[in-house]
Design a protein around this ligand. Sequence first.
Ligand code: H2U
Ligand code: ZN
Length: 338
Amino acid sequence: MFDWKQDPHRRFNPLTREWVLVSPHRTERPWQGQVEAGAAAAQPDYDAECYLCPGNPRAGGVLNPSYTSTFIFDNDFAALKPDTPHDRFDRDGLLIAESEPGICRVVCFSPKHNLTIANMDAKDLRKVVDAWVGQYVELGARPTINYVQIFENRGPMMGASNPHPHCQIWSNHAVPNEVAREQAAQAAWRRERGTCLCCDYAKLELAAGDRVVDQNECFLSVVPFWGVWPFETMVISKRHLTAIDGLSESERDGLADILKRVTARYDRLFHVPFPYSMGFHQRPTDGAPHEEWHFHTHFYPPLLRSATVRKFLVGYEMLAGPQRDITPEAAAKRLRAL
Ligand code: H2U
Ligand code: ZN
Protein backbone atom coordinates (compact mmCIF):
# COMPACT_ATOMS: atom_id res chain seq x y z
CA MET A 1 0.00 0.00 0.00
CA PHE A 2 1.36 3.40 -0.96
CA ASP A 3 1.99 5.66 2.05
CA TRP A 4 1.98 9.41 1.27
CA LYS A 5 3.81 10.10 4.54
CA GLN A 6 6.66 7.71 3.74
CA ASP A 7 6.93 6.85 0.07
CA PRO A 8 8.57 8.96 -2.68
CA HIS A 9 6.12 10.90 -4.82
CA ARG A 10 5.73 13.98 -6.98
CA ARG A 11 3.50 16.94 -6.21
CA PHE A 12 2.16 19.42 -8.75
CA ASN A 13 2.38 23.19 -8.31
CA PRO A 14 -0.72 24.58 -10.05
CA LEU A 15 0.68 28.15 -9.90
CA THR A 16 3.85 27.36 -11.85
CA ARG A 17 2.65 24.06 -13.36
CA GLU A 18 5.86 22.34 -12.30
CA TRP A 19 6.41 19.20 -10.26
CA VAL A 20 8.40 18.79 -7.05
CA LEU A 21 9.81 15.45 -5.91
CA VAL A 22 9.05 14.57 -2.26
CA SER A 23 11.14 11.93 -0.46
CA PRO A 24 9.65 11.81 3.05
CA HIS A 25 11.26 8.51 4.02
CA ARG A 26 14.54 10.40 4.35
CA THR A 27 13.38 12.58 7.25
CA GLU A 28 10.29 11.13 8.87
CA ARG A 29 12.71 9.20 11.10
CA PRO A 30 12.89 10.49 14.72
CA TRP A 31 14.72 13.80 15.07
CA GLN A 32 18.23 13.36 16.48
CA GLY A 33 20.00 16.42 15.23
CA GLN A 34 20.81 19.15 17.65
CA VAL A 35 19.31 22.62 17.41
CA GLU A 36 22.06 25.19 17.71
CA ALA A 37 21.29 28.24 19.83
CA GLY A 38 21.09 31.58 18.05
CA ALA A 39 24.44 33.21 17.50
CA ALA A 40 23.16 36.53 16.16
CA ALA A 41 24.91 39.46 17.79
CA ALA A 42 22.56 42.01 19.37
CA GLN A 43 22.33 45.14 17.24
CA PRO A 44 22.17 48.72 18.54
CA ASP A 45 19.11 50.81 17.56
CA TYR A 46 21.44 53.22 15.75
CA ASP A 47 24.65 52.27 13.94
CA ALA A 48 26.93 55.07 12.79
CA GLU A 49 28.32 52.79 10.07
CA CYS A 50 24.90 51.84 8.63
CA TYR A 51 24.04 53.40 5.27
CA LEU A 52 20.31 53.11 6.02
CA CYS A 53 20.19 54.70 9.49
CA PRO A 54 18.74 58.25 9.71
CA GLY A 55 21.21 61.06 9.08
CA ASN A 56 23.96 58.74 7.82
CA PRO A 57 25.70 58.99 4.43
CA ARG A 58 24.81 56.26 1.93
CA ALA A 59 27.42 54.43 -0.16
CA GLY A 60 27.03 56.95 -2.98
CA GLY A 61 27.57 59.88 -0.59
CA VAL A 62 23.94 61.13 -0.35
CA LEU A 63 22.86 61.88 3.23
CA ASN A 64 19.75 60.17 4.58
CA PRO A 65 17.26 62.59 6.16
CA SER A 66 16.57 62.26 9.90
CA TYR A 67 13.52 60.16 9.13
CA THR A 68 11.18 59.04 11.90
CA SER A 69 8.91 56.51 10.18
CA THR A 70 9.38 54.71 6.83
CA PHE A 71 11.92 56.08 4.34
CA ILE A 72 11.97 55.41 0.59
CA PHE A 73 14.78 56.25 -1.83
CA ASP A 74 15.89 55.37 -5.36
CA ASN A 75 18.44 52.55 -5.21
CA ASP A 76 21.91 54.07 -5.63
CA PHE A 77 23.01 50.95 -7.49
CA ALA A 78 19.82 50.31 -9.42
CA ALA A 79 19.61 47.28 -11.71
CA LEU A 80 17.23 49.22 -13.97
CA LYS A 81 17.13 52.79 -15.25
CA PRO A 82 13.92 54.70 -16.06
CA ASP A 83 15.00 56.37 -19.31
CA THR A 84 16.44 53.33 -21.08
CA PRO A 85 15.43 53.78 -24.74
CA HIS A 86 13.50 51.05 -26.54
CA ASP A 87 15.49 48.60 -28.65
CA ARG A 88 15.26 44.94 -29.60
CA PHE A 89 17.03 42.41 -31.74
CA ASP A 90 16.31 38.90 -32.86
CA ARG A 91 18.88 36.87 -34.74
CA ASP A 92 17.28 33.75 -36.20
CA GLY A 93 15.20 33.28 -33.05
CA LEU A 94 18.38 32.26 -31.27
CA LEU A 95 19.83 35.53 -30.07
CA ILE A 96 16.98 37.62 -28.75
CA ALA A 97 17.35 40.68 -26.54
CA GLU A 98 15.36 43.76 -25.65
CA SER A 99 16.08 46.93 -23.73
CA GLU A 100 14.43 47.11 -20.32
CA PRO A 101 13.43 50.34 -18.56
CA GLY A 102 12.59 50.33 -14.86
CA ILE A 103 12.95 51.88 -11.43
CA CYS A 104 14.51 50.33 -8.32
CA ARG A 105 13.86 51.63 -4.84
CA VAL A 106 14.71 50.77 -1.26
CA VAL A 107 12.15 51.04 1.56
CA CYS A 108 13.46 51.36 5.12
CA PHE A 109 10.78 49.99 7.45
CA SER A 110 11.86 52.00 10.48
CA PRO A 111 14.56 54.42 11.66
CA LYS A 112 15.54 51.80 14.25
CA HIS A 113 18.45 49.70 13.06
CA ASN A 114 17.67 46.67 15.23
CA LEU A 115 14.02 46.03 14.39
CA THR A 116 12.57 43.33 12.13
CA ILE A 117 9.07 42.58 10.85
CA ALA A 118 8.73 40.11 13.72
CA ASN A 119 9.45 42.63 16.46
CA MET A 120 8.09 45.88 15.02
CA ASP A 121 4.94 47.35 16.57
CA ALA A 122 1.79 46.52 14.61
CA LYS A 123 1.07 50.22 14.08
CA ASP A 124 4.54 50.83 12.62
CA LEU A 125 4.27 47.77 10.42
CA ARG A 126 0.97 49.14 9.17
CA LYS A 127 2.91 52.20 7.94
CA VAL A 128 5.16 49.84 5.98
CA VAL A 129 2.06 48.28 4.37
CA ASP A 130 0.88 51.80 3.46
CA ALA A 131 4.30 52.51 1.92
CA TRP A 132 4.07 49.31 -0.17
CA VAL A 133 0.60 50.28 -1.39
CA GLY A 134 1.80 53.81 -2.22
CA GLN A 135 4.78 52.51 -4.18
CA TYR A 136 2.73 49.91 -6.06
CA VAL A 137 0.26 52.60 -7.11
CA GLU A 138 2.83 55.28 -7.92
CA LEU A 139 5.28 53.12 -9.85
CA GLY A 140 2.54 51.06 -11.49
CA ALA A 141 0.89 54.21 -12.84
CA ARG A 142 3.92 54.96 -15.01
CA PRO A 143 3.35 53.99 -18.64
CA THR A 144 6.65 52.10 -18.88
CA ILE A 145 6.09 50.06 -15.71
CA ASN A 146 4.05 46.87 -16.12
CA TYR A 147 5.11 45.04 -12.99
CA VAL A 148 6.09 46.16 -9.49
CA GLN A 149 8.03 43.52 -7.54
CA ILE A 150 8.29 44.21 -3.82
CA PHE A 151 10.65 41.84 -1.99
CA GLU A 152 12.76 41.51 1.14
CA ASN A 153 16.05 39.65 1.48
CA ARG A 154 16.57 38.94 5.13
CA GLY A 155 19.85 37.82 6.65
CA PRO A 156 23.34 37.45 5.20
CA MET A 157 22.52 33.89 4.10
CA MET A 158 20.05 35.38 1.61
CA GLY A 159 22.41 38.12 0.49
CA ALA A 160 20.88 40.95 2.53
CA SER A 161 23.53 43.61 2.64
CA ASN A 162 22.49 45.13 5.96
CA PRO A 163 20.47 44.15 9.07
CA HIS A 164 18.62 47.49 9.06
CA PRO A 165 14.97 46.56 8.34
CA HIS A 166 14.37 47.25 4.67
CA CYS A 167 13.03 45.82 1.43
CA GLN A 168 13.57 46.48 -2.23
CA ILE A 169 11.24 47.31 -5.08
CA TRP A 170 12.17 46.55 -8.66
CA SER A 171 9.60 47.76 -11.14
CA ASN A 172 9.96 47.32 -14.88
CA HIS A 173 8.42 47.02 -18.31
CA ALA A 174 8.39 43.26 -18.88
CA VAL A 175 6.39 40.94 -16.64
CA PRO A 176 9.14 38.81 -15.00
CA ASN A 177 9.39 35.01 -15.45
CA GLU A 178 7.89 33.81 -12.15
CA VAL A 179 5.02 36.24 -12.41
CA ALA A 180 4.35 35.37 -16.05
CA ARG A 181 4.18 31.68 -15.15
CA GLU A 182 1.70 32.30 -12.33
CA GLN A 183 -0.28 34.61 -14.55
CA ALA A 184 -0.67 31.97 -17.29
CA ALA A 185 -1.78 29.35 -14.75
CA GLN A 186 -4.28 31.63 -13.01
CA ALA A 187 -5.70 32.86 -16.34
CA ALA A 188 -6.13 29.28 -17.60
CA TRP A 189 -7.81 28.26 -14.33
CA ARG A 190 -10.28 31.11 -14.58
CA ARG A 191 -10.97 30.36 -18.25
CA GLU A 192 -11.49 26.65 -17.66
CA ARG A 193 -13.32 26.66 -14.32
CA GLY A 194 -14.69 30.17 -13.97
CA THR A 195 -13.19 30.51 -10.47
CA CYS A 196 -9.98 31.89 -8.94
CA LEU A 197 -7.16 29.38 -8.40
CA CYS A 198 -5.97 30.95 -5.14
CA CYS A 199 -9.50 31.43 -3.74
CA ASP A 200 -10.15 27.74 -4.41
CA TYR A 201 -6.79 26.78 -2.90
CA ALA A 202 -7.28 28.89 0.24
CA LYS A 203 -10.71 27.33 0.83
CA LEU A 204 -9.29 23.84 0.40
CA GLU A 205 -6.41 24.48 2.82
CA LEU A 206 -8.70 26.05 5.45
CA ALA A 207 -10.91 22.97 5.30
CA ALA A 208 -8.00 20.50 5.31
CA GLY A 209 -6.07 22.27 8.08
CA ASP A 210 -2.90 20.18 8.05
CA ARG A 211 -0.80 22.66 6.09
CA VAL A 212 -2.16 25.78 7.82
CA VAL A 213 0.47 27.64 9.88
CA ASP A 214 -1.55 30.61 11.08
CA GLN A 215 -4.41 32.88 10.10
CA ASN A 216 -6.34 36.00 10.99
CA GLU A 217 -9.63 37.37 9.75
CA CYS A 218 -8.22 38.42 6.38
CA PHE A 219 -5.21 36.21 5.67
CA LEU A 220 -4.12 32.60 5.73
CA SER A 221 -0.54 31.31 6.09
CA VAL A 222 0.15 27.81 4.73
CA VAL A 223 3.06 25.61 3.78
CA PRO A 224 1.97 25.05 0.19
CA PHE A 225 1.25 21.43 -0.80
CA TRP A 226 3.91 21.84 -3.52
CA GLY A 227 6.51 23.90 -1.58
CA VAL A 228 10.15 23.37 -2.54
CA TRP A 229 12.00 24.97 0.39
CA PRO A 230 11.64 22.99 3.66
CA PHE A 231 9.79 25.77 5.53
CA GLU A 232 8.41 27.66 2.55
CA THR A 233 5.09 29.39 3.23
CA MET A 234 2.50 31.41 1.37
CA VAL A 235 0.27 34.14 2.78
CA ILE A 236 -3.00 34.28 0.85
CA SER A 237 -5.75 36.87 1.25
CA LYS A 238 -9.05 35.22 2.15
CA ARG A 239 -10.97 37.71 0.01
CA HIS A 240 -10.45 37.78 -3.75
CA LEU A 241 -8.15 40.69 -4.35
CA THR A 242 -5.96 41.22 -7.42
CA ALA A 243 -3.35 43.46 -5.77
CA ILE A 244 -2.22 45.26 -2.63
CA ASP A 245 -4.03 48.46 -3.70
CA GLY A 246 -7.38 46.71 -3.14
CA LEU A 247 -6.76 46.10 0.58
CA SER A 248 -9.34 47.68 2.88
CA GLU A 249 -8.18 49.51 6.00
CA SER A 250 -8.68 46.43 8.17
CA GLU A 251 -7.01 44.19 5.58
CA ARG A 252 -3.94 46.44 5.67
CA ASP A 253 -3.79 45.87 9.42
CA GLY A 254 -4.43 42.19 8.75
CA LEU A 255 -1.49 41.96 6.36
CA ALA A 256 0.82 43.61 8.90
CA ASP A 257 -0.45 41.19 11.55
CA ILE A 258 -0.01 37.99 9.52
CA LEU A 259 3.50 38.96 8.33
CA LYS A 260 4.49 39.60 11.93
CA ARG A 261 3.03 36.27 13.04
CA VAL A 262 4.75 34.28 10.30
CA THR A 263 8.18 35.87 10.77
CA ALA A 264 7.93 35.50 14.57
CA ARG A 265 7.20 31.78 14.12
CA TYR A 266 10.19 31.50 11.81
CA ASP A 267 12.43 33.18 14.40
CA ARG A 268 11.27 30.70 17.04
CA LEU A 269 11.94 27.66 14.84
CA PHE A 270 15.73 27.54 15.23
CA HIS A 271 16.07 30.32 17.82
CA VAL A 272 17.73 32.68 15.34
CA PRO A 273 16.62 35.62 13.22
CA PHE A 274 15.34 33.41 10.40
CA PRO A 275 16.74 34.18 6.94
CA TYR A 276 14.41 34.31 3.93
CA SER A 277 13.53 35.99 0.69
CA MET A 278 9.91 37.04 0.64
CA GLY A 279 7.81 39.08 -1.71
CA PHE A 280 4.38 39.79 -3.10
CA HIS A 281 2.86 38.47 -6.30
CA GLN A 282 0.01 40.47 -7.69
CA ARG A 283 -1.69 42.08 -10.69
CA PRO A 284 0.66 43.44 -13.35
CA THR A 285 0.25 47.20 -13.78
CA ASP A 286 -0.30 47.10 -17.55
CA GLY A 287 -3.80 48.56 -17.25
CA ALA A 288 -5.72 45.29 -17.74
CA PRO A 289 -8.11 44.27 -14.93
CA HIS A 290 -6.40 40.86 -14.43
CA GLU A 291 -9.29 39.34 -12.47
CA GLU A 292 -7.38 36.05 -12.61
CA TRP A 293 -4.77 37.47 -10.21
CA HIS A 294 -4.99 36.83 -6.49
CA PHE A 295 -2.71 38.82 -4.18
CA HIS A 296 -0.32 36.58 -2.24
CA THR A 297 3.07 36.46 -0.54
CA HIS A 298 5.78 33.83 -0.88
CA PHE A 299 8.34 33.22 1.86
CA TYR A 300 11.37 31.23 0.68
CA PRO A 301 13.60 30.45 3.68
CA PRO A 302 16.80 28.44 3.05
CA LEU A 303 17.18 26.75 6.45
CA LEU A 304 16.67 23.01 6.71
CA ARG A 305 17.64 21.52 10.06
CA SER A 306 19.16 24.21 12.23
CA ALA A 307 20.41 27.78 12.32
CA THR A 308 23.37 26.79 10.17
CA VAL A 309 22.28 23.83 8.05
CA ARG A 310 20.68 25.13 4.90
CA LYS A 311 19.22 23.56 1.82
CA PHE A 312 20.97 24.10 -1.50
CA LEU A 313 19.24 23.75 -4.82
CA VAL A 314 22.05 21.84 -6.53
CA GLY A 315 22.73 18.62 -8.41
CA TYR A 316 19.47 16.90 -9.34
CA GLU A 317 17.59 20.12 -8.67
CA MET A 318 19.68 22.15 -11.12
CA LEU A 319 19.73 19.46 -13.74
CA ALA A 320 16.30 17.90 -13.37
CA GLY A 321 13.84 19.38 -10.90
CA PRO A 322 13.26 20.46 -7.29
CA GLN A 323 13.16 17.93 -4.45
CA ARG A 324 12.38 18.04 -0.73
CA ASP A 325 12.56 15.58 2.16
CA ILE A 326 10.41 16.91 5.03
CA THR A 327 6.79 16.96 3.90
CA PRO A 328 4.87 20.24 3.79
CA GLU A 329 2.49 18.74 6.37
CA ALA A 330 5.36 17.99 8.78
CA ALA A 331 6.85 21.46 8.25
CA ALA A 332 3.47 23.11 8.89
CA LYS A 333 3.00 21.08 12.05
CA ARG A 334 6.34 22.30 13.42
CA LEU A 335 5.67 25.95 12.54
CA ARG A 336 2.14 25.78 13.93
CA ALA A 337 3.35 24.41 17.26
CA LEU A 338 5.74 27.32 17.93
P1 H2U B 1 19.59 44.17 0.08
O1 H2U B 1 19.93 44.17 1.52
O2 H2U B 1 18.39 43.29 -0.26
O3 H2U B 1 20.78 43.89 -0.79
O4 H2U B 1 19.09 45.64 -0.31
C1 H2U B 1 19.88 46.77 -0.13
C2 H2U B 1 19.85 47.62 -1.37
O5 H2U B 1 20.27 48.92 -1.02
C3 H2U B 1 20.80 47.14 -2.47
O6 H2U B 1 20.06 46.90 -3.65
C4 H2U B 1 21.02 49.48 -2.04
C5 H2U B 1 21.75 48.32 -2.68
O7 H2U B 1 21.98 48.58 -4.04
N1 H2U B 1 21.89 50.49 -1.48
C6 H2U B 1 21.75 51.80 -1.86
O8 H2U B 1 20.92 52.11 -2.71
N2 H2U B 1 22.53 52.76 -1.27
C7 H2U B 1 23.49 52.49 -0.36
O9 H2U B 1 24.11 53.38 0.16
C8 H2U B 1 23.83 51.10 -0.03
C9 H2U B 1 22.87 50.06 -0.50
ZN1 ZN C 1 20.77 51.19 10.35
